[in-house]
Design a protein around this ligand. Structure first.
Ligand code: NAD
Length: 370
């Protein structure tokens, strides 16, 4: 039946629900700038975002007596994606485990079934000097580490026992085919949307879990013929990230290797205020957040760098909503503002020229054009 108003409903944008969880410290400051970017995207592209705000972390402990209130979880569960600021701070550092903001982080990932962590490491040319590596090595670096988040040695059985050499400690590393397959598929699919290169990282010369990992990768690789696959041993990967970072596109690996390699890759970029991340589950749902914490040392001063959170919105557009053009508009705007020489304190060489959080957000929004 034709709609009476004559409006073509097919071209009306679907409303995307985003749960917004600002958290503690600089969380609300940086999330505020990311919301401006969402609004500007609505204007430019006609998309519609419905934002629902929830309490999480220290502020939720203060107001609701728990770091992860059920109503916040409900907001996340009915959303298409979650935008998270940061949680934690000295006020709650001495609380018991269940009343610590970080406990809420583990809880939310588990409740939302998030099994992978995605961390891009992009070196902006104008910030090459901020890294400890030589600028010519970093040139063109634009990679993503896809880390398995819920299995492996961090979650295996742990115990102590008496042995011939005194007390022994045991950590077990377990992976099954299903766990490996779902994360490796994510790696292939992300590579397909990028430069179509996947490095699968393992320690197959020593570890049985790695041998199963490699077998599984090889079994599903023919389903992605457009993606060039290489297997890299984890120790070699650690070296190659420092020697030839620009040759990587997507790196997929298990939990502990990914924990270490994603921190190493992060340091290529020079500043924690620039790093976005996503945690994904089945389907397109994802939780997006800056890699940094709540930075209590600078909270409330209006000087934090909002770029990591703004780039997390770009990642949300790419991975959850499939809004590739809008993601590019954001990334281009960030680059343009940096190229023009604008810097927050954390990335400024001359600190006296640094601009504040809101000014940086406003400049990026103003630079967003189709
Ligand atoms: P942090 O990332 O908060 O801060 C480390 C340093 O980087 C600080 O000097 C800080 O001022 C600076 N920094 C971080 N983000 C910045 C930004 N956007 N702009 C400018 N400078 C920035 O790490 P931390 O100090 O180890 O932890 C502080 C609190 O955050 C702790 O309570 C910790 O548990 C929590 N934390 C939370 C998360 C999360 O919410 N996912 C992650 C890490 C740490």
């Amino acid at each position: 039946m034709e709609p009476k108003s004559g409006v073509n409903f097919k071209i009306m944008a679907e409303v995307k629900k985003i749960a917004v969880i600002a958290g503690d410290g600089i969380g609300p400051e940086v999330v505020g700038e990311a919301i401006k970017v969402l609004k500007k995207t609505e204007e430019l592209f006609g998309y519609k975002f419905e934002l629902e705000h929830g309490l999480f972390g220290g502020i939720a402990i203060d107001e609701k007596g728990t770091p992860l209130p059920q109503e916040t979880l409900d907001i996340c569960q009915r959303a298409d994606a979650v935008l998270l600021g940061a949680v934690g701070g000295p006020k709650w550092d001495n609380n018991s485990k269940e009343l610590r903001p970080e406990t809420g982080l583990l809880g939310i990932r588990k409740a939302l079934g998030l099994f992978s962590n995605i961390r891009p490491a992009v070196v902006f040319d104008c910030l090459k000097d901020a890294s400890t590596l030589k600028p010519e090595v970093l040139e063109g670096t634009d990679l993503i580490v896809v880390r398995e988040l819920t299995g492996g040695i961090y979650f295996g059985e742990k115990f102590r026992r008496e042995g011939a050499g005194g007390q022994e400690a045991v950590d077990t590393c377990v992976y099954n085919v299903q766990e490996i397959e779902r994360i490796v598929r994510q790696g292939f699919e992300i590579a397909q949307k990028r430069r179509k290169k996947l490095a699968s990282v393992d320690k197959a010369n020593v570890l049985e879990t790695s041998r199963l990992w490699r077998e599984t990768v090889n079994k599903i690789a023919p389903e992605y013929p457009d993606v060039e696959l290489e297997h890299v041993l984890v120790d070699n990967c650690a070296m190659q990230l420092l020697r030839r970072p620009s040759s990587f596109d997507v790196i997929v690996t298990e939990n502990m290797f990914g924990d270490i390699l994603s921190d190493e890759a992060a340091m290529l970029t020079g500043s924690i205020g620039m790093l976005s991340s996503a945690s994904l589950g089945e389907g397109s749902f994802g939780l997006y957040e800056p890699v940094h914490g709540s930075a209590p040392d600078i909270a409330g001063q209006g000087i934090s760098n909002p770029i990591a959170t703004i780039l997390s919105v770009a990642l949300m557009f790419q991975l959850t909503f499939g809004y590739a053009e809008a993601a590019e508009v954001i990334e281009r705007a960030v680059k343009q503002v940096l190229d023009a020489g604008h810097r927050t304190g954390d990335i400024a060489v001359d600190k006296s020229q640094a601009i504040g959080t809101t000014a940086m957000g406003d400049l990026i929004v103003a630079a967003m054009v189709r």
